[in-house]
Design a protein around this ligand. Structure first.
Ligand code: NAD
Length: 256
């Protein structure tokens, strides 16, 4: 379905981004990975599934590195057709205790990086009159939780950015949409489960159950594979006129 297309997935060495990268590769796309940590195993996992795989280690809080990554993708594969803005971090604290440098990092990585990748990818997409920009936002782009001020601000911001970009490209073949997951069991969430277990002096299993029960009525985690199916749908011809949506996949979280 995506043979001949190139996808760049930010933050794809782990969790949701890795799941999306694998699905895009399975669908035939060439994929450029990005992120820190387990780079070699992520590359190997994506390579097992199809097209060419590459990696760029740009720090998504640094605009010059983001520009180098987009240029490297275009130089290596000739095009950048599918941009998935997924890199993200979390920090949990009350506003008055929130470390200023964590606030700045969350806004830079979870929000501003998508502005930079999008502004740099759009000219090439416009030349070819085809593109898909998928922003991995969150239910926290739609509703808030206490102690997550920077994350909620960044995710609401990216939902707004998605809508604006969709309008600017409305008469083109380029669509911009956001996916808004509820809880997905990735390292980002495991840290929150571990902190909850330590704080309440309960087992990690109990902390996981409590975490789901508090917000996610299905009591089930969403999987990266389920999110990837939605991303593939957005990349298909059926997605040609899906523009500016913020689509929650959240076990009923936002329905409450
Ligand atoms: P994760 O921690 O498993 O993965 C985050 C990825 O981002 C990793 O590849 C990491 O290396 C990369 N990254 C972090 N800082 C970076 C930086 N400065 N530059 C480049 N890459 C960087 O987390 P995840 O849960 O898979 O989260 C992926 C996205 O999904 C995030 O935007 C997150 O906010 C969003 N999300 C996650 C959940 C969830 O429940 N896990 C829910 C809603 C939204």
């Amino acid at each position: 379905m995506l043979t001949g297309k190139t996808a760049l997935v930010t933050g794809s060495t782990s969790g949701i981004g890795l799941g999306l990268a694998v699905a895009l590769a399975k669908a035939g796309a060439n994929v450029m990975l990005n992120g820190f940590g387990e780079v070699e195993s992520a590359k190997a996992e994506v390579a097992r599934h199809g097209g060419k795989v590459s990696y760029h280690g740009a720090d998504m809080s640094k605009p010059a590195e983001i520009e180098a990554m987009v240029r490297a993708c275009e130089a290596e594969f000739g095009t950048l057709d599918i941009l998935v803005n997924n890199a993200g971090i979390q920090h949990v604290a009350n506003i008055e205790d929130f470390p200023v440098e964590r606030w700045d990092a969350i806004i830079a990585i979870n929000l501003s990086s998508a502005f930079h990748t999008t502004r740099l990818a759009l000219p090439g997409m416009k030349q070819r009159n085809w593109g898909r920009v998928i922003n991995v936002a969150s239910v926290h782009g739609l509703v808030a939780s206490a102690q997550k001020s920077a994350y909620v601000a960044a995710k609401h911001g990216i939902v707004g950015f998605t809508k604006t970009a969709a309008l600017e490209c409305a008469t083109t073949g380029i669509t911009h949409n956001a996916i808004c997951p509820g809880w997905v069991l990735t390292p980002l969430v495991q840290k929150q489960i571990d902190a909850r277990a330590a704080q309440a002096n309960i087992s990690k299993e109990q902390a996981q159950k409590d975490l789901l029960a508090e917000k996610q009525p299905s009591l089930q985690f969403t999987t990266p594979e389920q999110l990837a199916e939605l991303a593939l749908f957005m990349c298909s011809p059926a997605g040609d006129n899906i523009r500016g949506v913020a689509w929650n996949v959240d076990g009923g979280w936002v329905a409450q």
